[in-house]
Design a protein around this ligand. Structure first.
Ligand SMILES: [Zn+2]
Length: 340
């Protein structure tokens, strides 16, 4: 209320004090309103550090049932588990976050013995601190993805800070002659801006469908049991190479997968399979699937006096395409579910 009090009470000292108080309160109110108006005035520039007004999602660790739309948010298609329904698509992908870590090498060695690929998501400032691990891992068959520079909740960052984070990560990784294809937001926290920024920087955003909960310090046997009973076609399983129990739980998980006729694939193959399944389920015209085969061709290219076979790419009907030949699904539009 900002009207002068009515009646003769103004002569009363108390009333006079009250009047002064009201004047000050009114002034303060107007000032507050003015600043509030300025703060809310649409400027078109978002420089505020904090949770954005956009839909923000946290793929809560172990949250069930899992919303499949959280799995591959940079896909323009609404991801559906129905895409993965055929027996030959009993594929799963293993992913390990928070490296580089000394344990990556032990995990890679265990997987290599069984010819199993995996993806390791690396934190920028740890890449800088442990380039030797990254170099060793890059020489293996495993994929290396980005996991932010400082392991922050990226949806809280301003547009400027977000871009800076990706650039820093790419730079430190690029110094080792490497580049990222995949991105996983720390804590599964992402919004439209985060996914778009990753895409602008050349990365697809991938989350997970099964959380091993290794981060919670669960014993190896419990971890293995929890993961195994959640196996499903198309699963992307989340681990952290920074926990000792992860490595201990892996042999039992790998054995169970073989027993249940699952096959572990790289994220590249996972994406190809998902896209082909999507195309089939949605009844779109699926592209022919060439596969790269190595065929000795004569005459060969002479090199230091020797004959060297030349590889050739030959399309073969009904086979999986090599990654480079797979057209990505259109991804200019990203749709999100409301918060919840
Ligand atoms: Zn992480």
């Amino acid at each position: 209320m900002c009207l002068k009090p009515m009646g003769e009470a103004a002569e009363d000292q108390f009333a006079e004090g009250s009047d002064n108080f009201m004047k000050k309160a009114c002034l303060a109110g107007w000032l507050c309103g003015f600043w509030l108006l300025l703060a809310l005035w649409p400027t078109g520039v978002s420089a505020v550090e904090g949770p954005s007004a956009e839909s923000r999602h946290v793929a809560k660790a172990g949250a069930m049932p899992f919303n499949p739309r959280y799995l591959y948010p940079s896909s323009a298609e609404q991801f559906s588990m129905d895409w993965l329904t055929l027996p030959e698509e009993r594929i799963m992908a293993l992913t390990f976050d928070d490296g580089p870590d000394e344990r990556d090498l032990a995990i890679a060695s265990l997987l290599d013995r069984q010819d199993i690929p995996a993806a390791f998501f690396y934190i920028g400032n740890k890449i800088k601190a442990m380039p030797h691990i990254v170099k060793e891992m890059s020489a293996t068959r495993h994929e290396l993805g980005y996991h932010s520079y400082r392991h922050q909740q990226l949806s809280w960052l301003s547009a400027k800070s977000l871009t800076a984070d990706f650039r820093q990560g790419k730079e430190v990784f690029g110094q080792l002659g490497l580049s990222f294809t995949w991105f996983r937001p720390p804590y599964g926290d992402f919004n439209r801006r985060v996914v778009q920024e990753a895409k602008d920087q050349g990365m697809e955003t991938i989350l997970w469908t099964i959380d091993s909960r290794d981060w919670a310090g669960v014993p190896a046997q419990v971890m293995a049991r929890n993961v195994i009973r959640r196996f499903h076609p198309g699963a992307v399983i989340l681990f952290h190479s920074t926990h000792a129990n992860t490595l201990r739980a892996l042999p039992e998980i790998l054995q169970a997968a073989v027993r249940e006729r699952y096959r572990f694939v790289s994220l590249a193959e996972w994406r190809r399979t998902v896209q082909m399944a999507a195309c089939r389920v949605q009844g779109r015209g699926c592209p022919p699937a060439p596969v790269e085969v190595v065929t000795p061709v004569t005459p060969s290219v002479p090199e230091e006096g020797k004959l060297v076979p030349v590889s050739a790419s030959v399309p073969i009907e009904g086979r999986v395409m090599p990654a480079s030949a797979v057209p990505l699904l259109p991804s200019t539009v990203i749709r999100f579910m409301p918060d919840g």
